[in-house]
Design a protein around this ligand. Structure first.
Ligand code: FUB
Length: 322
């Protein structure tokens, strides 16, 4: 694949989660829209109201099928506002859509909706997952167990929690202290709850020390994704205000993970967010940028580029279009 490809040129879609189900590639993005809400650090302008699912058989040239709306905020009983980045997992013939949404008190929780097919429609449960908080869930299946990674700073509210308890007020560590970690948690057998308390995902530097809060070029901000390559676990994420997609490698789903480098340099827009998938023997980076909307940070467009590894398992950095 010579140049990256826009996948849904007639609408604004972002934050792709991508999986191969029944030999087809399915994309579950956020559905951006013009809300008229002014841009702020809280992300209020990302006021999304539904999800679509897309499928394709050939990443490089194939037609992208839009299967339409699979979940609408008006059908979620506990909804306040803002459907952000979701993910989907498959177990025993059912598909589980995990989505972050603010509840009626404006607190992000993670909800679940269930379908019999990857194309949905998905039926939401009446309540969010007990003990869930913050944003950007992504799910790994490993030997019949499912692990959810989640979290996001600033508008994603992760700075409001310590040891899975809500703080009186948000708190950021000093620059030389360990950065706020994303979280990982095993899901219950029925896929509808956490099976344990969420644990911190520790990202270490080359000397085995946790990345610090002041290390804004490398520390976690949001957009967790996890994939496996040659027996290793690759945890990738966005650095938020420094606009990089980075990755770290570990030996098991709980980590720790050791920082390796940049996957994608900054793109047009503020957020950067992705999914990494192998399909028909090739690696791909699904992501978004704001080139088609002329740089409006809340109107993002889905894109795919080829992703390649070096012989030592490191990822070759892709240059974002600026
Ligand atoms: O789409 C809303 C938020 O923007 C996502 O949840 C973040 O990861 C960022 O892409």
């Amino acid at each position: 694949m010579k140049t990256p490809r826009y996948l849904v040129p007639n609408d604004y879609m972002a934050d792709p989660a991508v999986h191969v189900f029944n030999g087809k590639l399915y994309i579950y993005p956020s559905h951006d829209r013009e809300s008229g809400i002014p841009e702020n650090d809280n992300g209020d302008h990302f006021d999304m109201k539904d999800y679509h699912v897309f499928s394709l058989d050939d990443v490089e040239n194939g037609e992208v099928t839009d299967h339409g709306v699979i979940l609408d905020v008006k059908d979620i009983p506990w909804a306040g506002r803002q459907l952000w980045d979701c993910d989907v997992a498959h177990k025993n013939g059912k598909y589980y859509l995990y989505f972050p949404l603010k509840d009626k008190n404006d607190i992000f929780r993670i909800g679940v909706a269930v379908a019999n097919r990857p194309e949905g429609p998905f039926t939401p449960l009446p309540d969010p997952i007990r003990g869930s908080y913050s944003i950007d869930p992504c799910v790994l299946e490993e030997d019949g167990e499912y692990y959810m990674y989640f979290g996001g700073l600033w508008g994603g509210q992760l700075q409001r929690y310590r040891n899975n308890k809500a703080l009186e007020s948000a708190s950021f560590p000093a620059d030389n202290e360990p950065a706020i970690p994303p979280r990982v948690v095993k899901l219950s057998d029925d896929m509808l709850q956490f099976a344990e308390e969420p644990r911190p995902v520790v990202i270490l530097d080359e000397n085995g020390r946790p990345l610090t809060s002041g290390d804004s070029q490398r520390r976690f901000f949001e957009a967790s994704w996890i994939h496996k390559y040659k027996g290793k676990y690759y945890f990738s994420y966005s650095t938020g205000d420094t606009h990089l997609l980075c990755y770290a490698i570990g030996n098991n789903p709980y980590g720790p993970f050791t920082y390796q480098g940049v996957i994608l340099t900054p793109v047009v827009g503020w957020t950067t967010h992705h999914a990494i998938v192998e399909f028909k023997g090739k690696g791909y980076l699904f992501h978004h940028d704001c080139v088609p909307s002329g740089g409006k940070t809340w109107l993002r467009s889905l894109k795919v580029a080829e992703l390649n590894y070096n012989p030592d398992g490191t990822i070759q950095t892709i240059k974002g279009e600026l």
